[in-house]
Ligand binder design. Structure first.
Ligand SMILES: C[S@@+](CC[C@H](N)C(=O)[O-])C[C@H]1O[C@@H](n2cnc3c(N)ncnc32)[C@H](O)[C@@H]1O
Length: 603
């Protein structure tokens, strides 16, 4: 095979060390021994500086993510000559390379290499502001279509200038895009007319794509796109324009060098002609599956729903996990009917300095950091600055009333988000916590039972599904469904559990007893919700392989022992133990009088 050196295409971004590094790389590699994927890797990991990343809002899409999007667009449903594929904000052209491979597979096999190349260069295009990225994108396409020559249309352009974006979107009909996520800065606001609509770059770019109504689109977007208000209008438009919509919640740290939280939007089956029904897919990749997904594209789970589209589309494109559970408990009372969340103290100066380890005049005992906060356990109190002039928010709460205290930021990345503990000592708390204050007087027993509910699987799953990834909303806390009545035995378990936790000796020796008690607490809470075995099983599986923020070792509930298909309360009851006396317990002989009555009826 002929070995050609990579040509010099005229390096745009012009720092001398970069030029030297690039020249060196170009000399050392040849078309026959580097692939487009290798080049994208080199670009992302060595050729883009932190300054360029910040300046241009660069976070490069990993190869498998681009591949996933392009593959899900089902381009083969269209005639290849109909497709005009465009990647605005192209960076190293990662989406174009994926699209090239898919499009090439759709072309007749009897075409010559040259004919195929000519077709591809006329059906794939990208724009990018960074001349260096333009060069890398062009090289990537050359490498992906080796041994054909150049001719690729990667234009150096500022897409926010005038009507550049709208024009280019309208000139193509498949849009693949990972836009910069930042807001327009003040300088850009005075420069770009597009900022009259919105200050958000991803919103501006998505609006331009939707205005053009392409056959299909695949976008990387900030994760709030899935549920948050700021994208509600765009979600409604997508529901009206497309018959098939998949949203993928990407795990944290999916974008290598960049710390962004992102989601994928994949929309196809443009309407019309697609009928007024929408097929929704909601795809998740759990943290533990991140590296498998980045290597193979394998996802953790997918939920699917087909539903009609009303004239006034709702824009609800995300099927929440455990949807049937939320439907089942929809008529249950909400936590807000018993407890009102209130934010903690905020100070007029550096929040990290507003406490002392020792008592001081004007300081009161309270919780400052939620870092070590665990379910049922308040953590070590310190002395919080409570001088009137130092407190900006949260002064004058009814500190001396008993209350529950919960964390305001998530306790873990997984579905275990929230912990609650009872405070009867009048502790103050910082903004890292919420206080949950009784609406009407509640006994300590009731408060302990409510703490068990908040620390249980229903409340934690509810917060994980209904609150943003990092924070916890007071509105979500108020909306937590609670059981219609609280079982009395629950508080006895909690009291015993707390007594054991409060004994440092016990912590060393009684881990197993603590885990059993916690399972009994969960079982009592779940029994009060009265879920079907199927719903309960789905709920418990949602917590599989996750770490629970408790003060002792805890493994996931054993959902198979003693036999599968039981509810947790049935498992812990002992009635179903293989060698237990459950048959005798359940099938007791009828009392004599009832047996006589039955006999009479049978005659
Ligand atoms: C988030 S990166 C995406 C890169 C690539 N499409 C990918 O998916 O890996 C955004 C890209 O947009 C480019 N960009 C930023 N502002 C731009 C503008 N005004 N016009 C054109 N491109 C721009 C950046 O240089 C960067 O390469």
């Amino acid at each position: 095979m002929e070995v050609r050196a990579i040509p010099a295409l005229g390096l745009g971004r012009s720092s001398a060390p970069f030029r030297a590094a690039w020249a060196c790389l170009r000399q050392g590699i040849s078309f026959s021994n580097i692939s487009a994927d290798d080049l994208a890797f080199v670009y992302e990991n060595t050729l883009i500086t932190p300054e360029a990343r910040k300046l241009f809002g660069t976070h490069s899409t990993p190869r498998q993510v681009a591949e996933y999007v392009v593959q899900r667009l089902d381009l083969h449903q269209h005639r290849p000559e109909e497709l005009q594929i465009y990647e605005p904000f192209a960076g190293a052209g990662i989406f174009l390379v994926s699209a090239l491979r898919h499009l090439r597979d759709l072309l007749p096999i009897d075409w010559t290499d040259q004919r195929r190349h000519d077709f591809l260069v006329h059906h794939l295009a990208g724009d990018e502001i960074d001349p260096f990225a333009c060069e890398v994108a062009t090289l990537s396409l050359i490498l992906a279509d080796y041994p054909n020559h150049n001719g690729w249309h990667i234009r150096e352009a500022d897409l926010f200038e005038q009507d550049a974006l709208e024009k280019q979107m309208r000139a193509h009909n498949v849009i693949l895009c990972n836009p910069p996520f930042e807001a327009f800065n003040p300088k850009e606001r005075s420069r770009y007319p597009i900022t009259a609509q919105t200050y958000s770059k991803p919103v501006a770019v998505l609006n331009a794509a939707l205005n053009a109504h392409p056959l299909a689109l695949g976008f990387v977007l900030p994760r709030p796109f899935i549920l948050e208000k700021q994208f509600a209008e765009q979600r409604r438009r997508i529901e009206q324009l497309y018959g098939t919509v998949e949203l993928v919640e990407l795990p944290d740290r999916a974008f290598g060098a960049s710390v962004i939280e992102a989601a994928l939007l994949i929309a196809s089956d443009s309407r019309p002609p697609a009928p007024a029904v929408i097929t929704l897919r909601s795809t998740e990749i759990a943290d533990r599956d991140r590296s498998t997904f980045l290597k193979t594209g394998k996802t953790t789970m997918q939920r699917r729903l087909v539903r009609p589209v009303a004239e006034d589309a709702t824009g609800e494109l995300w099927i929440p996990p455990l949807a049937s559970l939320w439907q089942y408990v929809d008529s249950y009372p909400r936590l807000g009917t018993k407890l009102q969340p209130s934010r903690g103290l905020e100070w007029t100066y550096d929040q990290t300095k507003a406490f002392s380890e020792q008592p001081q005049p004007g300081f009161r005992k309270g919780l400052h950091s939620a870092r070590r906060f665990r379910q049922f356990v308040l953590g070590r109190p310190v002395w919080l600055d409570y001088r009137r002039e130092s407190v900006r928010r949260g002064y004058d709460q009814d500190w001396d009333n008993p209350k529950l205290i919960t964390n305001a930021g998530r306790l873990s990345r997984g579905p275990w988000r929230i912990g609650a503990a009872l405070d009867t000592e009048g502790l103050l708390y910082s903004q890292q916590f919420f206080g949950l204050w009784p609406e009407r007087p509640l006994s300590e027993r009731d408060l302990l039972a409510l703490a068990a509910i908040l620390n249980g699987p229903v409340a934690n799953a509810f917060i994980a599904v209904h609150s943003p990834a990092k924070g916890i909303r007071t509105s979500a806390i108020e909306q937590i469904p609670i059981p219609p009545s609280l079982p009395d035995q629950l508080t006895d378990f909690v009291a015993e559990y707390l007594a054991l936790l409060g004994n440092p000796q016990a912590l060393r020796d009684n881990d197993e007893r603590l885990a059993v008690l916690l399972t009994q607490i969960d079982a009592a809470v779940l029994e009060a919700y009265d879920l079907s075995p199927r719903l309960e099983q789905q709920l418990l599986e949602y917590f599989q392989d996750t770490e629970r923020p408790v003060a002792h070792p805890w493994a996931h509930w054993d959902v198979t022992a003693p036999t599968p298909g039981l509810r947790l309360a049935e498992r812990v009851s002992g009635r179903f133990r293989p060698h237990g006396d459950w048959i005798a317990e359940v099938f007791r002989p009828l009392p004599e009088r009832e047996a006589d009555l039955l006999r009479e009826l049978g005659e």
